[in-house]
Design a protein around this ligand. Structure first.
Ligand code: GLU
Length: 476
């Protein structure tokens, strides 16, 4: 039975990389009819906040990930917050100490830091082992008298080869000399990530650890702890980094970096789901659009790519655009309301028909509001536009158009367009000479949405009123 976990450290908004890790775990669990667990790595007291936890839950739920066991859900292997598991961690620390796999270190963090600095200055290699060897009985006594607790250090066998069998990267070989002894419980009593994660993964019977590549170098240390405690090893899969198209670290200037920002921007969750699934994974063919069910059906760790995944914001927008064209106007309106778009200027029906007609032009849901703004701008005759209209000799065109528009039935986007075309034929005016003067007269702008759409959305009466005022000036 497959059991996987997503174990975020809730210290801020969920980053796109973590969202992708969560998604891969979810897809793998669902594909294998296994269990997806949500665990909180919240031992960093200062940085783990309630707000961060809540926003993480909101955002992964928005993305469409649900979990079977863990935080807020419970289960047989809880508690699922590291903060609430300190007794468990301490229990295994005792076992490691008893069996000689770890030792107590009677130095405060500050002392360790200053000794380390000293060593670095004199180019000596720092090691906890040396510190331990020089530790005196006197030091231990005074430490205890002051009520201080020793840190716990894991003993690493020298020159030991450790192989990480990784489903994505193949066998990765490390030598224990690369890292030496390391702290597993700080003097403040809190376990460090590498230790707590092993205890949790083992006791929660995690079968596959799927996480970001940046943790690959932690894995040999974790393997040593698994072995020391006689726990069986999970299978590891380290998924590649996510880079920007310029191959630098993804940052704000590449669009946005957190899931919440994309939601606020008006990306649909199903587009995000689809897009993230393809960040580092691809099915055998080059298909790009998948429903959640299809992704669950197809997802496989063996098709996860070793090379860094490239986060292309333009591609996300393009994908979102495609999704929007297939989404009901009602839903777009609802999502727009959730991200506080200003729909107050017109009734809902108006917006629904606006969205229906304009869908092809939206990359994000914010575009609904952005594109509509031109319709609500104050209309004022501008001298330079009047001059342009004179250059185009547009009087007759505008007059004729106005007369015919008044009686146009039915009044639809298509009928307005047909009217313009027909008029063009009659007056023998084509292309820019036809559409541009109409645009200038009706919008007082040189660019904007298609003029027939514009006319439809400001309405017949408003268009006639505008044309009358332009003609008045032209006739003066
Ligand atoms: N809390 C760690 C992180 O967010 C978890 C890493 C792991 O999955 O082991 O990076």
């Amino acid at each position: 039975m497959v059991r996987v976990r997503y174990a975020p450290s809730p210290t801020g908004e969920i980053h796109i990389g973590n969202a992708r890790t969560a998604l891969f775990n979810y897809l793998f669990a669902r594909h294998n009819k296994g269990t997806f667990i949500l665990r909180l790595d919240d031992t960093d007291e200062k940085r783990s906040t309630k707000e961060a936890i809540d926003s993480m839950i909101r955002d992964i739920t928005w993305l469409g990930l649900d979990w079977d066991e863990g935080y807020l859900k419970g289960g047989d292997f809880g508690p699922y917050r590291q903060k609430e598991r300190l007794d468990i961690y301490n229990h295994y620390i005792d076992i490691l100490l008893q069996n000689g796999f770890a030792y107590e270190l009677y130095y405060t963090d500050e002392e360790v830091d200053s000794i380390r600095e000293e060593y670095e200055k004199t180019l000596k290699t720092f090691s906890y082992r040396k510190l331990k060897e020089n530790e005196t009985e006197e030091r231990r006594k005074s430490f205890k008298e002051k009520g201080l607790t020793p840190a716990i250090v894991f003993k690493v066998e020298e020159n030991k080869e450790i192989v990480v069998h990784d489903l994505v990267r193949g066998d990765v070989v490390f030598n224990s000399n690369e890292f030496k002894d390391f702290v597993i419980r700080r003097s403040n009593g809190l376990p460090v990530y590498n230790y707590a994660t092993v205890i949790d993964d083992a006791l929660m019977k995690i079968t596959h650890v799927i996480r970001a590549e940046e943790h690959l170098s932690n894995t040999p240390k974790q393997i040593l702890i698994f072995e020391a405690l006689n726990f069986s090893l999970p299978t590891f899969a380290h998924i590649s980094l996510i880079l920007a198209p310029d191959r630098t670290k993804l940052s704000k200037r590449h669009g946005a970096t957190s899931l919440g920002q994309f939601r606020e921007m008006g990306i649909l969750p199903e587009a995000m789901f689809n897009f993230l699934a393809l960040l580092g994974w691809s099915p055998k063919d080059n298909r790009e659009f998948f429903t959640k069910e299809e992704l669950i059906e197809l997802f496989d760790l063996s098709n996860v790519n070793k090379a860094p995944a490239i986060f292309d914001f333009e591609k996300l927008k393009w994908m979102n655009h495609k999704y929007l064209t297939q989404t009901s106007s009602e839903r777009i309106y609802d999502v727009g309301t959730q991200i506080s778009l200003d729909f107050s200027k017109k009734p809902k029906d108006w917006w629904l028909s606006f969205i229906d007609a304009m869908k092809e032009h939206f990359d994000t849901i914010r575009d609904v509001e952005r594109i509509s703004l031109q319709l609500f701008e104050k209309y004022e005759i501008r001298k330079e536009i009047i001059e342009k209209l004179k250059e185009y000799n547009a009087k007759e065109l505008l007059e004729q158009f106005m007369i015919r528009l008044k009686t146009l039935e039915p009044f639809t986007i298509d009928s307005v367009l047909a009217l313009i075309r027909e008029l063009g034929k009659g007056l023998k005016i084509k292309g820019r000479n036809l559409y541009f003067p109409l645009r200038l007269a009706i919008t007082m702008k040189e660019e904007g949405m298609e003029v027939h759409e514009f006319i439809y959305f400001i309405g017949k009466d408003e268009t006639v009123r505008r044309l009358e005022s332009v003609l008045e000036v032209l006739n003066a």
